[in-house]
Design a protein around this ligand. Structure first.
Ligand code: ADP
Length: 304
């Protein structure tokens, strides 16, 4: 196969591992900086140009689109899809997963367990919003945040009101969520490839911190998932149309609840913690689809 990894830099851990895994299995792999691609939009003959050459003859791509480059990155993925290049995560699925609210709305509609979540535009409605999620303690989240930045625990109604007012004053979108205290500052990352969870890890927050992000001092350890957690992760990825996904789950009293689904999940933490060769599993999945049942190439997940 000829595989394009859409990524800003070859030196990034995940990109380097995917390249290495592809080459090890005998494929031709090129890292393509999607921000340096340009495209024509004409009928019948979509083209992507990179480093003064047309991208041609690719069987598959692995999009690794950074959160701040979703708009342009998904346009490049879409163009390559139109050229018939297979992608485990379609342009539409990536856009969908990048919008936290949209993602939660879609998952809720399909019956996936989620923390009770509220969303409002006007600060005049704060009281009702706080009530809707069951009152304090609650978590206030910036919709555009990553790595735990903009995720605040408000223990009282007064604190919640101040935080919500401050965020809204900055004209940013937020959501308000039931605080899953029983998770004990831990969350689970389930790595889905195809229709299976191939690796998992538990992230435990540092003392005095409820956010388990590794960037916030959390530490990762091996974990065995329950069948319910596995099926929740797989279903969440399927519903969003993602064939490679990192599904973040909290263990709540009412079963696993999904916090977020990531369409470009990092490989470093999960590979080192679980000791699973995740990069190899992704390449093998591409082989199965592209090399085997070609019919799946135009399947649902490949829509624009
Ligand atoms: P980000 O996408 O910025 O990482 P998250 O929504 O994943 O933000 O939240 C960061 C961390 O905060 C999570 O990993 C989890 O440990 C904790 N957390 C988030 N939401 C809740 C919640 N509703 N209840 C308990 N802990 C939460």
């Amino acid at each position: 196969m000829k595989i394009a990894i859409l990524s800003r830099k070859t030196s990034l851990y995940s990109t380097a591992r995917l390249k290495e895994a592809g080459q090890k299995r005998g494929h031709e792999v090129q890292v393509v900086d999607y921000l340096r691609c340009y495209m024509n939009i004409t009928s019948h003959h979509p083209v992507v140009v990179y480093q003064n050459r047309k991208l041609e003859g690719y069987d598959a791509m692995i999009p690794r689109i950074g959160a701040s480059n979703t708009f342009y990155g998904t346009a490049v993925v879409r163009q390559l899809q139109m050229m018939g290049v297979f992608t485990p995560n379609s342009s539409q699925a990536i856009s969908r997963s990048r919008d936290k609210l949209r993602c939660l709305q879609i998952l809720a509609a399909k019956g996936i367990g989620l923390p009770v979540t509220g969303f409002a535009h006007s600060i005049k409605d704060i009281d009702g919003l706080v009530d809707i999620v069951g009152g304090p303690p609650l978590v206030v989240k910036l919709l555009e945040g990553t790595q735990g930045i903009g995720v605040v625990l408000a223990e009282t109604k007064q604190a919640a009101t101040s935080v919500i007012e401050a965020f809204r004053g900055l004209d940013v979108n937020i959501l308000v969520q039931e605080f899953i205290k029983e998770a004990g500052g831990a969350d689970i990352r389930a790595f889905v490839v195809g229709d299976r969870v191939i690796a998992a890890m538990k992230r435990q927050s540092a003392a005095g911190e409820f956010r388990s992000n590794l960037h916030r001092g959390g530490r990762a350890e091996k974990v065995k998932l329950t069948p319910e957690e596995r099926s929740t992760a797989v279903r969440a990825a399927q519903i969003l149309g993602l064939k490679v996904a990192g599904v973040d789950i909290l263990r709540s009293n009412h079963g696993p609840v999904v916090m977020e689904v990531n369409s470009s999940p990092g490989l470093e933490g999960i590979e080192k913690t679980s000791e699973v060769d995740v990069a190899d599993a992704i390449i093998q999945f591409l082989e199965k689809i592209v090399g085997g049942n070609g019919g799946e190439k135009s399947g649902d997940h490949n829509k624009y």
